[in-house]
Design a binder for this molecule. Structure first.
Ligand SMILES: [Fe+2]
Length: 568
């Protein structure tokens, strides 16, 4: 059975193909169109539709449109309709806030988007762009169309991908149709939605609002606020605490007037003052406290040992670490594509799971679901470009030699990652041994100098180099750098002593693992710096052409692409 999951509601449009319970392919549209987050900067925002991502997923699965059984669209207009018959109970919906009230404002952005996109969302039960795309398939076989609620797609992307047979589920994002937070409990062939918090109460939107206020781009730059927070003092925490009221899993968030609270907002690219660091720190602290309180309640409510999380807020790896360290759950797993791109995967998995009688035999232990290129294809491209390259037999060894000489490597290998983090398929790699590497990488990527760079470490060595670390393949949790190792890897130690680690084993990515082994053999250190293979405002590279362009237009020293090495 083939199910195609699609996210095309807001930003980060994407597609995912699920075959009999297993993800076969998944990719964000931005990687093909080279338009970051799929956002076209026209006078009004237009989001890209995932044409290329759909085509890629079908091709990767060796399937055609006629082979598709189900199409799962990760957005459901029904909850937005007045007097809708929503199938899920919402016992925690704050009584003071109803769907009806939601529709009274003509400026409600989703209501407006809904009207503008009415044809796209509803005509013939399918958005018209997708309908056109699938027209050819109708003659031989009629796929079945499913609207999957946005948060349900986030939830499924967590519990159907996590390595747990039973788990509590928590999703936090800016907003879906109405929901901003969902709680559930998954066990075997059962999923029970426990409760939701709905608009206008959203921890994610509060974080977005402060991101804007601090002069960054909301729905995109929240991780910069998180990085900024490490340099600040939480002297405004009480102001943020006053805005949030939590009672069990239910919460309300008052949207503040930040200018009244803290004075004029920071202009984009403007000077960063102490106040900005402190506001970020205060917000981050209060987010962490809130999320821990919600997780604690959810643990009491479900009695589950494990927690699976998704939603854009779950990309906040410092918050995730706080939830982990609070210790209510034995294990915490976060979907690597926790943002909206991951709803294509969640909607696909959910629809497939339902259609096949809720049988499950797959979990996600890597994120390499994107396009790959053979050596023949790469060499043909390099030849066409008349580029000087050498072919190497021991790719890991050749790259380790370059890295051990403190040079920076563009690393393009195998299938591209799904989700915002580069995990060793489309990465810029460097040695962590010298403290100045962070500044060099930030310069290459034209990033703000307060931003940390993250390490990848051999899975079996993780616990020796990072406190309490074991398996963490997706860079979604921070750990303290082990005190006796801190001096060896200064480049990856953030100002607060932590690092956002990726662990790697050989099963997940053979060549990447071998590279770390080879670097360890040369330096004694099983750690490299890993940052995404792109420069400012560019999506992560997808094709050999993207990689070569990025390499030649930035001060990266070498490109290791398939079995080929190009050095400047
Ligand atoms: Fe979302």
């Amino acid at each position: 059975m083939i199910t195609l999951g699609i996210n095309a509601a807001f930003h980060d449009s994407s597609a995912c193909l699920v075959r009999d319970g297993a993800v076969i392919a998944a990719a964000e549209e931005e990687r093909f169109t080279r338009i970051k987050h799929g956002k076209r900067p026209l006078p009004f925002t237009v989001w890209e539709l995932p044409y290329h991502a759909i085509d890629y997923c079908l091709e990767a699965a060796g399937a055609e449109l006629a082979d598709v059984d189900h199409v799962a669209y990760a957005y459901d207009p029904a909850p937005l309709l007045k007097n809708h018959a929503f199938p899920l109970t919402l016992p925690l919906e704050p009584a003071s806030f109803t769907t009806k009230q939601h529709w009274t404002s003509p400026w409600e952005p989703l209501a407006l988007a809904y009207v503008v996109n009415a044809e796209r969302q509803l005509l013939d039960g399918a958005p018209h762009h997708i309908r056109k795309r699938f027209a050819g398939a109708k003659s031989s076989k009629h796929w079945q169309w499913h609207f999957v609620e946005h948060h349900l797609a986030h939830e499924a992307s967590a519990f159907l991908a996590a390595p747990f047979g039973e788990s509590a589920v928590m999703t936090l994002d800016g907003r879906g149709e109405l929901a901003t937070t969902s709680y559930g409990h998954f066990a075997g062939d059962r999923y029970q939605r426990i409760a939701q918090v709905q608009m206008p109460h959203s921890l994610g939107l509060l974080y977005e609002q402060v991101t804007d206020y601090l002069g960054f781009l909301h729905s995109s730059d929240e991780y910069k606020v998180m990085a900024l927070a490490s340099y600040g003092e939480p002297r405004y925490a009480s102001q943020f605490r006053r805005l949030i009221s939590i009672s069990d899993g239910r919460y309300t968030v008052e949207r503040p007037n930040l200018v009244e609270l803290f004075g004029p907002s920071r202009q984009r690219g403007g000077e960063l003052e102490r106040k900005h660091f402190d506001i970020a720190r205060s917000l981050q602290l209060v987010l962490e406290e809130s999320a821990v309180a919600l997780a604690e309640w959810l643990h009491r409510e479900t009695g589950a040992e494990n927690l699976a999380m998704a939603g854009g807020v779950a990309l906040n790896c410092v918050m995730n670490a706080r939830i982990r360290d609070a210790g209510h759950f034995k294990r915490v797993w976060v979907q690597p594509a926790a943002g909206d791109a991951g709803t294509a995967l969640g909607a696909g998995l959910w629809t497939d799971w339902e259609a096949r009688g809720r049988v499950r035999g797959w979990h996600m232990d890597h994120a390499y679901f994107g396009p790959e290129y053979s050596d023949d294809e790469i060499e043909a491209f390099l030849e066409r470009g008349k580029l000087r390259y050498r072919r190497v037999r021991d790719v890991a060894g050749a790259a380790a030699d370059i890295l051990a000489h403190d040079k920076i490597v563009g690393w393009f290998q195998g299938r591209m990652e799904f989700g915002p983090r580069a995990l060793g398929a489309r990465s810029i790699l460097a040695s962590p041994l010298n403290a100045d590497m962070q500044a060099r990488l930030n310069e290459i990527k034209d990033r703000e100098d307060f931003r940390p760079v993250a390490p990848v470490v051999l899975e079996e060595e993780a616990g020796r180099w990072f406190v309490g670390a074991n398996v963490s393949p997706f860079m979604l949790f921070v750990h303290q750098v082990a005190p006796d190792k801190a001096a060896r890897i200064p480049a990856v130690r953030h100002v607060d002593g932590t690092a956002r680690i990726q662990t790697i084993n050989r099963r997940q990515n053979e060549r990447y693992y071998d590279l770390l082994k080879a670097f360890q053999a040369r330096t004694g250190v099983p750690v490299l710096v890993n940052t995404s293979f792109n420069t400012r405002s560019e999506p992560v590279v997808c094709t050999p052409r993207d990689a070569v362009e990025c390499f030649w237009t930035s001060p990266i020293d070498a490109l290791v692409i398939g079995s080929f090495v190009i050095e400047k």
